[in-house]
Design a protein around this ligand. Sequence first.
Ligand code: KG4
Ligand code: ZN
Length: 347
Amino acid sequence: MTLILGIESSCDETAAAVVQDGTDVISNIVASQDELHQEYGGVVPEIASRAHLERILPVIQQAILKANINLHEIDCIAVGNRPGLIGSLLVGVAAAKALAWSLGKPLVAVDHVLSHLWAPILSGNTPEYPALGVVVSGGHTSLLLLENPSTARCIGKTIDDAAGEAFDKAASILEMGWPGGRLIDEAAQHGTATHRLPRPRLKNNDADFSFSGLKTALLYGVRGNPKRENGKTVFPRVASSLSKQEKNDWSASFQEAVVDTILRGVKEAIMSHKINCIIAGGGVLANSRLRQHLLSLADQEQLQLHIPELSYCVDNAAMVAGLGWHLFSNSQFANLELTASPRGIAS
Ligand code: KG4
Ligand code: ZN
């Protein structure tokens, strides 16, 4: 029996979890910072790192308490050290190193994007490799070829906004709140995709994504074509003039365009690579339409789709501890010189 303490602080969730043998989640604590960033309509890195600093030790303590164990019973500490906001990552890395040193326990360093692809395993899935990894979150939209859970090659990524970020910006254009992915998803369920929005396609590399043009198309569609007046950009309409039904229809149209764009990339990757299954993860996998479409694509292609349950889609430390167990089992240890990096396997 191996107990791993996972620590996650790459963006705006401070999280710690205790996981046994890579799959049994004994405790899983996530402190979200949504309320701190809400008024800015996006994550403010300086606020995020300060909040991590205040929360990291209580969150770790709570994970240990909930697991009903003594800190000394932990076999290894796993920390997400890349990619992410550097000030945020450093808080988790410093805490993990301090614990590893003071307890005399090994340390493993986990790539956050790859850890999203361990989330389905926590939900009882057993993928067969090589696999196509699909990570769709607030910070990433990446396609990876995985030889095993920790060996992968990125074959496609967004060249501008991530899909989750695009959902968040769409909700902000529609004046619906932040973070917006869930809100767009809910509104879309009461709407019809009546507006034709672009499905951006890149010429140079088919496997890459782009979402910023789609966001601009939504802005112009909702508010009309802007004019320059006295050096300012002026739109003919405001989003608050839209009825609830109109917002629902724009939400459905936007969601459909994002899902189609992701699906096209996944289809192309399936056609050009030999894989045994698809593994998907990340906050946007909570999206009902994306889940539905990925399931029917996998069905069509007669491929197994491994997808996390909703609670493991968004950032959490259980997935970090899970992939950490895999690294621990393969003796892929980090040392106390470990540092954080804004870049990882997919960036
Ligand atoms: O994985 P995650 O917690 O953070 C990163 O690693 O970036 O993903 C957060 C993102 C946010 O952009 C949020 O709007 C989006 O996931 N999200 C959704 C849904 N639930 C969360 N996007 C679309 N539909 C949802 N139901
Ligand atoms: Zn994430």
